[in-house]
Design a protein around this ligand. Structure first.
Ligand code: UT7
Length: 315
């Protein structure tokens, strides 16, 4: 498969670090050096599915593929207002898609997981045009009184259209199964039979533990992908890494010994938009005309689960 088109859409409201410091015990002096974030887009009046549809339409237009010609669709999402149907069905109904869709909840590396599933469909010879959407609203997961989480995240949606081609060169999905470092509970509907205590909790994160996991897992995955594809670090034109923290990206870049220009970032004005982050970054770089045919792009994501994954794609 190959990527034939990308698109993204962001909420109009931008919240700066100074805005946050008006109601939280935090400051730009803490947030920016610790994370690389200056501002983030946060959903106010928009609906997540409408942002996703905007991203889908842009990606379809770039790929010159009609909505009715998409024959399979994966939606990567952690939280949205529907419990059922899956967000993919909601997006499909508004975007005029008529194909089966699957929702995946793989957290931040969801983009890589979605891409890897799509690759398997192409290899089975059953699809010609496939859509991947990552639509995320982490601002609805964090407690806005918890300075250790709410300052980190931003909302947004992005999409990519995949068509036939031999450009997906190698991938590695990994897991260190353990929900404890990064999880959220929501309250289930009570029944007459449940006797155990149930409660809801906003996003809980052991930041330092996740930070260390992110760097170790990302470096392991990248090394495996390069070995599988028979490539070296210096063969890669761009590394598109999940935008969780500028310090994580810088540390990975430092370990690999790669110059800054090969590690584009947009965390400064997006924050961490979970599985949408890599795909929004891809779309922004693509629309700036950064990639040329044959460039090697290495994607990597990590987060809740704890899950991680990397993939190598030829542009
Ligand atoms: O996408 C999912 C994956 N998520 C990640 O990859 C996140 C990985 N983790 C991180 O990016 C970092 O661990 C954080 C940015 C979350 C935190 O940075 P840190 O350097 O690990 O700080 P810390 O959690 O160790 O906190 C240091 C201090 C604490 O105060 P004390 O206990 O030293 O007095 C915190 O209470 O900074 C305090 N702090 C803040 N102060 C001002 C935490 N958040 C804030 C804040 N403003 N927003």
């Amino acid at each position: 498969m190959k990527i034939a088109g990308t698109g993204s859409a962001l909420p109009t409201k931008q919240v700066t670090n100074d805005d946050l410091s008006k109601f939280l015990d935090t400051s730009d002096e803490w947030i920016f050096p610790r994370t690389g974030i200056k501002s983030r887009h946060v959903i106010s009046d928009e609906n997540l599915e409408d942002l996703a549809v905007e991203a889908v339409n842009k990606a379809l237009e770039m790929a010159s593929v009609a909505a009715c010609d998409i024959d399979f669709f994966i939606c990567s999402n952690v939280v949205n207002e529907y419990i059922t149907p899956g967000l993919g069905c909601v997006i499909a109904s508004k975007a005029g898609l008529a194909c089966p869709s699957i929702d995946i909840n793989c957290g931040c590396p969801g983009f890589v997981y979605g891409m890897d599933i799509i690759d398997k469909y192409f290899r089975s010879g059953t699809v010609k045009n496939v859509l991947l959407v990552a639509a995320e609203e982490p601002s609805r997961m964090t407690a806005w009184t918890d300075r250790s989480t709410c300052v980190l995240f931003g909302d947004g949606a992005a999409a990519a259209v995949f068509t036939e081609g031999g450009n997906y060169l190698a991938s590695k999905l990994s897991a260190r199964p353990d929900p404890d470092p990064l999880y959220q509970y929501h309250l289930m509907e009570p029944t007459p039979y449940v006797t155990k205590e149930e409660y809801s909790l906003p996003l809980q994160m052991k930041g330092r533990e996740v930070f260390k996991f992110a760097i170790t897992a990302c470096l392991d995955d990248i090394k495996t992908v390069l070995d599988k594809a028979g490539k070296k670090v210096e063969d890669i034109d761009y590394f598109l890494i999940h935008q969780a923290n500028q310090r994580i990206v810088d540390s990975i870049r430092g370990h690999l010994g790669v110059e800054e220009a090969k590690f584009p970032t947009n965390i400064i004005d997006h924050g961490n938009s979970s599985s949408a982050s890599c795909l929004i970054l891809l779309d922004e770089c693509n629309r700036k005309g950064m990639f040329k045919r044959g460039d090697l792009l290495l994607f990597s994501g990590f987060g809740a689960g704890l899950l991680s994954g990397s993939a190598l794609l030829e542009w």
